[in-house]
Design a protein around this ligand. Structure first.
Ligand code: HH2
Length: 253
């Protein structure tokens, strides 16, 4: 899953894809490089961010979706029903909701009615404050329990279980050690029986671990490590090097 943030303030690619023509070209390139799907987002959820209105999110993402017009398989990274609805009408096939259907009571119905795929992600707290003091007794067990509950909620609201994937939410209310424990214990999430998504790409834990600002090699290593522990969808900014690395890792298994 390639990441395409159409925002001025995303922590890794903010401002890069604000021109819709540049964003559409980036999506096409990611697909050529081997991304199975490109995740388009119009709202940064980086630690400390406050959120934007649905109107602003639509203003950012719709021109990109219109330019792509079904050329590239797309997901929409949103928590808002109107944004999801407009994106699904324009050909997006998956809704990636970092609030796991807690942000907008209308979103489950939009996904169910469209027959779309859904990604449910774990987050402790909210982006504005989530990194202040994340705390868990057993992070893998607590994240798994949360995702099990949200999976049941989504199914109860009409989204078929076989259309849902689950994500531990690396960096969303987690310390470096929490993030590492979640990858180490990915088996706990896999027991829920759904595909697991991991998005470790360019996240600040990698900077803490390596002491480097160039996070490419660290991001690729994180993707391979997650893949080896059973993640099947890797959300990444650098598609080509990740696809190459995963191709080799997959050839070995
Ligand atoms: N991470 C980010 C955003 N959306 N969705 C899922 N399913 N999993 C993730 O780990 C995830 C996500 C944050 O990364 P990024 O999109 O690069 O930054 P920003 O939120 O600042 O736009």
């Amino acid at each position: 899953m390639g990441v395409l943030n159409v925002t001025p303030d995303s922590f890794s690619d903010g401002g890069v894809h604000l021109d819709p023509d540049v964003a559409a070209a980036a999506a096409r390139r990611m697909a050529e490089e081997g991304a199975a799907i490109v995740d388009v987002g119009g709202e940064s959820t980086r630690p400390g961010s406050a959120g934007v209105s649905a109107a602003e999110e639509l203003r950012r993402v719709l021109p990109v979706l219109e330019r792509l017009d079904g050329e590239v398989p797309l997901s929409i990274d949103t928590s808002k029903a109107p944004v999801a609805s407009a994106a699904l009408e324009r050909g997006a096939m998956l809704v990636n909701d970092v609030t796991a259907l807690r942000g907008d009571p209308e979103l489950a119905g939009v996904v169910a009615d469209a027959g779309a795929y859904l990604c449910l992600m774990h987050m402790q707290g909210e982006p504005r404050t989530m990194q202040e003091a994340p705390r868990y007794r057993d992070v893998a067990a607590e994240v798994a329990a949360f995702l099990a509950e949200r999976l049941a909620f989504a199914v109860a609201h009409g989204v078929p279980e076989e259309r849902i994937c689950l994500d531990p939410g690396i960096g969303f209310g987690k310390t470096v050690e929490h993030n590492l424990a979640l990858i180490r214990r990915l088996d706990v999430l896999l027991r829920l029986g759904r595909p697991v998504v991991v998005g470790f790409s360019r996240k600040s834990s990698l900077r803490t671990l390596t002491g480097s600002d160039d996070l490419l090699a660290a991001s690729v290593a994180a993707a391979v490590t997650a893949f080896e522990r059973g993640a099947t969808i890797l959300r990444v900014h650098d598609v080509k090097p990740t696809v190459d690395a995963l191709t080799v890792a997959a050839a070995v298994t």
